[in-house]
Design a protein around this ligand. Sequence first.
Ligand SMILES: [Fe+2]
Length: 111
Amino acid sequence: MNDMHHAEWLIDRIIFFESTPTVVELNNIKVCETVLEMSNNDDPDELDAVRSYNDAIKLARDVNDQSTVDLRTRILKMEEGHVDWAEIQLAQIAQMGLENFLVDQTEGAAG
Ligand SMILES: [Fe+2]
């Protein structure tokens, strides 16, 4: 859900510059059938986002656009949190096994 807000903020910034955002060129959506598959796919995608925002921050710095640097830095920090979360999920699955991980994840939902 955070990532949708990121798109809104970036679109607002593009509109601020009186340009038109292009939102038709979307990345492929990966449909996963298992929790393990989802967890394995999530981490590389989040790492790609971190790399992309770091590159975008450098570009904004090159043109002395501090507001865009600040916005992208805010988003970058959130994406780093997503990487951390994804890596924690994978570590927990590796340490406790998938079945115990799933039980642990659903225990709070039942109460
Ligand atoms: Fe993310």
